[in-house]
Design a protein around this ligand. Structure first.
Ligand SMILES: C[S@@+](CC[C@H](N)C(=O)[O-])C[C@H]1O[C@@H](n2cnc3c(N)ncnc32)[C@H](O)[C@@H]1O
Length: 200
């Protein structure tokens, strides 16, 4: 069962500081492994473009892919605000898309656990990478999800929360198993998220 979201949870132009803080943290990690300014990036599950717009100034080009029309509408509205020339958005999922390009970096940004089968999604993602490309996975962790799902509030849905936790644990496990077949360059598990960088 996939626990999805179809509504952008941030009004990006009002959250610019947060966007750049999060994206700088990612840039600081990946710059140890690649010359970032020359890179092409695919953000799978780009949502409203949080990472696309936050990284666009530092890379050659960045494409966002998302199956949700509502998310893409929000991303395209945000593009009117940010007006980045090296950004494009595509409608599609990791399982079903028409993208032919290969990228230096493919990212899942809080999206891998939404896909039907995270193992299969990781295998599909590496087909979008150039040889020796980087796969970057950012997933939410327990504390972050607890605050998003309003633990302690009257309308807190315990069953939904527990399913979501199971899904996150399973996805992280699959990432570690997948990384064993490649080169795990970096992994971090903090209050907010889980980050893995894998060289393919
Ligand atoms: C929590 S949002 C993350 C949005 C954005 N990356 C961010 O960090 O703000 C998860 C996104 O994954 C997308 N998604 C769900 N299933 C997907 C799939 N199979 N392939 C690609 N994206 C998917 C959803 O439409 C949603 O926009």
């Amino acid at each position: 069962m996939i626990l999805g979201t179809s509504k952008p949870c941030l009004d990006l132009p009002k959250e610019i500081d947060k966007m750049y803080i999060d994206c700088n943290m990612i840039l600081n990690i990946i710059k140890s492994y690649i010359v970032v300014k020359n890179t092409s990036i695919l953000d799978i599950g780009c949502g409203n473009g949080f990472y696309v717009f936050g990284l666009a100034d530092y890379v050659k080009c960045i494409y966002g892919l998302d199956p949700s029309n509502e998310m893409l509408e929000s991303a395209n509205n945000n593009q009117k605000f940010f007006n980045k020339k090296n950004v494009k958005f595509y409608n599609g999922s990791i399982e079903n898309n028409h993208l032919k390009n290969k990228f230096d970096i493919v990212m899942f940004t809080y999206s891998l656990h939404f896909t039907d089968d995270s193992n299969a999604s990781l295998l599909l993602a590496i087909k979008k990478l150039v040889p020796n490309g980087l796969l970057v996975i950012i997933e939410p962790n327990k504390k972050y999800i607890s605050s998003k799902l309003l633990i302690g509030h009257n309308n807190f849905d315990k069953k939904y929360y527990e399913l979501k936790q199971q899904q996150l644990i399973k996805t992280r496990h699959n990432v570690y198993m997948f990384a064993k077949k490649h080169t795990l360059l970096y992994t971090k598990f903090n209050d907010k998220n889980f980050i893995a960088v894998i060289r393919i």
